[in-house]
Design a protein around this ligand. Sequence first.
Ligand code: MRU
Length: 380
Amino acid sequence: MADQYAHHGEDKPPTDIPAIRWEEPPEGPVLVLLDQTRLPVEEVELVCTDASALVEAIRTLAVRGAPLLGVAGAYGVALAAARGFDVDEAATALAGARPTAVNLSVGVERARAAYRAALADSTDPQQAAAATLAAARQLHREDAEASVRMARHGLALLDELLPGGGHRVLTHCNTGALVSGGEGTAFAVALEAHRAGQLRRLWVDETRPLLQGARLTAYEAARNGMAYTLLTDNAAGSLFSAGEVDAVLVGADRIAADGSVANKVGTYPLAVLARYHHVPFIVVAPVTTLDPHTPDGASIEVEQRPGYEVTEFSAPQVPVMGAGGGVAVAPLGTQAYNPAFDLTPPELITAIVTEEGVVSPVTAEALADLYARSRQVSGG
Ligand code: MRU
């Protein structure tokens, strides 16, 4: 079950944004999410008391973004274990809630493995639940640490590629603290540049249809005092042709073994524009987003979302009217093409930045090396 229970003051945003947290009130453990569908209008928390509520929160994008989906999936398994539900059933439902972000199944499987290992050692379900929660917390911490390292590697790369400084960076979708245990992926690099006095401008794509750029990245940029400007996705071309973009920084939902990147729909056209205009196109993602088991982009399942997300506007401040809960902007019955992600081939990517280092040029061999090194470091 999910419940909306908390409102923060509208004129006084908190100084910290906990996108997710585990709580143990007397009634039993819960997973508390900052409901991202309501941002930036209000900060409402969504309380999940079971895995099915979390599955719904994942599908509706109350919790979203690849790294955070992994963390949420792991906590979801821990929640099932702590509340005595069928852990395998919960894990299967959670892993299948959205298909593209590999982090989701990685997080779920990590927690499930901890649960099984604990049960193999002892038949005490409470001990198994504690071990599952410890695994989820560990993943959460690791994600925060990975953010810090990605930010450093990413800024070093920007400084190397653009020695003149004063970077003007274009980003797409939302890749900040809202998607991470830390400060995120691509956004964390821009934030690091801002803190180093090296970010002249953050260009924020609005990211149709669900406006993760306008609603969430602009919100995070404003909170961090960054110089940012919002643009419609289809204004990016004119921005490039005006020479206003020095680099593109985006995240990833899954990186196939050949270096193909699945990310929010609209990423691929930016990569094409960047190549035409000789602008570096940089993907920033933790190692948990690398998927050595998926050979290439064509093998990545791209989530298709409901057409009403395109035929209606359903931003939180718009009054409810249409079938999907938004205001219709197309004739009734209009069919829509609404893939949530697109695929960018490795040859359009200047570099992939991870917490374990930078891969450039992007080749299957270099990615396999980095993945193997990261497994040695983590002992996995
Ligand atoms: O559909 P969303 O909002 O979950 O999509 C998120 C993205 O595409 C992000 O760019 C990606 O998950 C990387 S987040 C660090």
